[in-house]
Design a protein around this ligand. Sequence first.
Ligand SMILES: Nc1ncnc2c1ncn2[C@@H]1O[C@H](COP(=O)(O)OP(=O)(O)OP(=O)(O)O)[C@@H](O)[C@H]1O
Length: 238
Amino acid sequence: MIEMIQINHQFAIGKKGKERVVPVLHDIDLHVKQSEIVAIVGRSGSGKSTLLNLMSGYIRPTSGSIRLAGQDVTGLSEGDWANFRLAHLGFMFQSFQLIPSMTAFENAELPLVLKGLPVAQRKKRAMELLEQVGIAEYAGHYPGELSGGQQQRVSVARSLMLNPPIVLADEPTGSLDSDNEHQLLALIRHLNQDRGTTFVLITHDDQVASIAHRTITLRDGHLLNAVHKGGVHAYETH
Ligand SMILES: Nc1ncnc2c1ncn2[C@@H]1O[C@H](COP(=O)(O)OP(=O)(O)OP(=O)(O)O)[C@@H](O)[C@H]1O
């Protein structure tokens, strides 16, 4: 479902003409199967967000190739990436990116508006998901009137609106209390089991990692694969 082949990534930092190159990811080979939940862990600065941004098409790899849902996405144009994301990807990111002038409901239904669905269908689907994330009673509230955890749940509802086959999540439970974290993890499991949704989750949280089928570790931009089999932890460096 997700294949990263020999991915290297470096950023250029500093003033134009005096840039310094900072290598961040080295020789990443990663294959995530359909219906797999993979947790990515690693210290701050190890390259986790960069890896997820590459899978999202928000940044382009310095070298290597990426296939998502059977399609080589490495060379897609901005426009093709935008269409690809709408059809295949859901995002749960740290910044909720809600539009302040729109209510929770309007924010959540946005992908359905972009898809051109009729009002009645949009309302049914958006309310269904707002209920699933436990936030239906706040549907008429603006983001500024919601707590961080409530905003996060609106953003989760929005990310799942089009039933994406792949969901990429950066600290998806970061702003949630333990009850809501539990509820979101149950929803992720349910989507995985019922719909076969594939999840890649960056996390520092053991609870989140515990729902993953596989946990992989990034260390200084290198991937270490942790294979959990019957309590034996074998580490392979890639
Ligand atoms: N746009 C950028 N320009 C320059 N350097 C960057 C950029 N984005 C990230 N980096 C650098 O790349 C390295 C990896 O950053 P990244 O955000 O991927 O780490 P992370 O593992 O997600 O960290 P955290 O757990 O703190 O979010 C860091 O050294 C960071 O400073």
